[in-house]
Ligand binder design. Sequence first.
Ligand SMILES: Nc1ncnc2c1ncn2[C@@H]1O[C@H](COP(=O)(O)OP(=O)(O)OP(=O)(O)O)[C@@H](O)[C@H]1O
Ligand SMILES: [Mg+2]
Length: 303
Amino acid sequence: MTQLDRVALERVIAVINGKGGVLKTFLTANLSGFFAANGYRVLVVDLDQQGSLARDYGVRDDDDYDHGKALAAALMVQAALTNARKSVRENIDLIPGGRHLSGVSGYLMTKTPEQAILSLAQALEPFAGEYDVVLLDGPPGDQAIQNAALGAARWAIIPTKSDATSLDGLEQVNDRFEQVLPYNASIDLLGVVLTDVDSSAKAIKRKAIRQIHDMFGSDEPLFKSVIRHASAVVQTARDVGKLVLELERDANDGPQWWEIRRGEASSDTYIPSSVTGLAGDIHSLASEIVERLAAGESEEDGS
Ligand SMILES: Nc1ncnc2c1ncn2[C@@H]1O[C@H](COP(=O)(O)OP(=O)(O)OP(=O)(O)O)[C@@H](O)[C@H]1O
Ligand SMILES: [Mg+2]
């Protein structure tokens, strides 16, 4: 089998769920913001042909944005990826995704399973070790690229909404794990996170938690933190190309709603007050992730 330095890849985390719209991209971007604010060097990789991760950083329209060209070449013909990295914030580098990734899946299917599954691992290995965390933003659907993400990762985080079809996506990830394990024995589940949670729908949340419990045989995989539904903040963040943490800082520095109401400040700069709660959710999830990483790594050291 291809020789890979898995030590370089030990902090690679795939944010993955076969189902679309479960907040994979939102989490990748916003977790990177919290890690970077705490001094981690972070690499984020957009594996989606929609290329929406760059939008969350507000860099999608930059002239040097390559729409996934370098990443596609790396996955298909092992072209070097080192220079494709784009600095998007202090401590955060992005490997862009986008329309050039559309042909990758078909191409990988002409390869052996080993070559296809390890394609991303090989592309990242030369420089993944420079980072404290590498987050892979998985695509919806595209099985070959999802497999390549799990083939490169040490850990997987699965976001899911509480509805039945999103929960079905969890089972699909299970299938992906089975396909990848023969080529990447180190892949493990870091946890499942409930996203887009409506605080008034307590029964739905309880039902989803019960279903996840039944799927895994325990509550252990489920993160205690959930990500709340907060569409106004998320919309504002995307409109201005800022992360939630950055919006929260702006909100603390900017005008209050009563100042806008009195005409003392412009509503253009108004940030919904729910930013604080959403930022708190991301912060608490990021802390749990750090704890689980530390626990996983100390277990390895002890074994
Ligand atoms: N906390 C939130 N509350 C409400 N809406 C949200 C929240 N976070 C993200 N969204 C919105 O939900 C939609 C899906 O989010 P996102 O793009 O992160 O999901 P995804 O899993 O990456 O989707 P895809 O599978 O298409 O890549 C987006 O329109 C996003 O703006
Ligand atoms: Mg996405």
